[in-house]
Design a protein around this ligand. Structure first.
Ligand code: NAD
Ligand code: KPL
Length: 305
């Protein structure tokens, strides 16, 4: 009998994973916030995934955090700023051999979650898949990509990667997941805040080449200082490549701000500046970028953490 996948967070990525696992016949349960959300979910009849214009609904069973069933495998699909509290509510349900898969972007939330559940194995993920919600309990699969999974403290791959294979979730086990997370964080720091401040698509940053280059130099210095030289390798070139390849897109932070949603700033630029300060590294442009972004978010009435 396969181990049940408990999916915490019925948002874009949570739905993208839950529906594909359910479609492959694997046992999945969705954990929603509270009884009110559970009623709403039950009324909808399941999770809907829209792929290539075709909508399919999967009747994944739902439950609240208070449900009594033990959890052995938990996919944490909340935003970085919600992950720690959401997992804390489930700590007493985790089995002795529980494994958590953390889908959060950026850095900082993974350690915060691991501190809540020291007995569990925490596996971090870095994903280039793209999805967005176009209704309650309904998600559009917007961009095919890849998910790298890894455990910085334990390089052996878990057995359940077979489930991802069966569910056709493109993935790879990574023995350098921290390097991947830092590299993605650096890319996001060099691109996302500037798209918000210059109010432009990613391609608009081609007009701000010097500003991007200066940030890349400081980010590379930070990566070197915190023992991630591979993540610093050719960073500027990679940032320029991503700007060009995604020129027509709005960055995820731009979209959050445009939709009046809280951003994950604390786990991206905020984390970078915090780690730089811890290393007593002076990165004036990165710090200034953080201050400009915080001021901008404040002027829009959005949280700056
Ligand atoms: P989302 O906002 O669409 O979904 C998060 C869900 O978690 C929401 O439904 C929210 O209600 C739920 N949630 C929060 N706290 C909860 C709690 N205590 N109990 C139950 N549910 C709770 O977010 P998303 O876009 O799926 O992003 C999740 C993470 O994945 C983020 O860190 C994001 O940066 C990262 N990511 C997203 C994408 C994407 O395309 N959406 C791509 C790569 C990485
Ligand atoms: O990941 C991204 C995002 O928008 O969050 C890219 C496209 C790489 C820009 O930083």
């Amino acid at each position: 009998m396969s181990t049940t996948w408990h999916v915490l967070g019925a948002g874009s990525l949570g739905t993208l994973w839950a529906t594909r696992l359910a479609r492959a016949g694997l046992p999945v349960r969705l954990i929603v916030r509270d009884t009110m959300r559970l009623h709403s979910y039950k009324a909808a009849g399941g999770l809907t995934l829209v792929e290539n214009g075709q909508a399919n609904t999967y009747a994944v069973p739902g439950e609240t955090p208070d449900s009594p069933e033990p959890i052995r495998r938990l996919l944490v699909a909340c935003k970085a700023y919600d992950a720690e509290n959401a997992v804390a509510r489930l700590a007493s349900r985790l089995a002795a051999d529980a494994e958590l898969i953390l889908l959060q972007n950026g850095l900082g939330s993974q350690d915060a979650v691991a501190m809540q559940v020291p007995q569990a194995r925490c596996i971090s993920a870095s994903s280039t898949e793209g999805a967005f919600r176009d209704g309650d309990w309904r998600v559009v699969f917007a961009g095919h990509g890849y998910t790298w999974l890894g455990d910085a403290g334990h390089p052996v791959a878990p057995i359940w990667l077979d489930d991802l294979e069966a569910a056709k979730i493109p993935h790879e086990w990574s023995t350098d997941i921290l390097t991947r997370l830092w590299r993605k964080l650096a890319l996001n720091c060099a691109i996302n805040p500037l798209t918000v401040l210059h109010h432009c698509r990613n391609g608009g940053l081609q007009d701000h080449h010097c500003e991007v280059a200066t940030l890349c130099a400081e980010l590379a210095e930070l990566l070197e200082r915190c023992g991630q030289p591979a993540a610093a390798d050719n960073l500027q070139q990679e940032v320029e490549r991503v700007i060009q390849a995604t020129a027509a897109n709005y960055s995820s932070m731009y979209q959050d701000v445009a939709n009046q949603r809280r951003t994950e700033i604390s786990y991206l630029l905020g984390h970078a500046c915090k780690v730089a300060a811890r290393h007593q590294l002076n990165l004036p442009h990165l710090n200034q970028l953080q201050q400009r972004l915080i001021a901008h978010l404040g002027s829009l009435g959005l949280p700056s953490d």
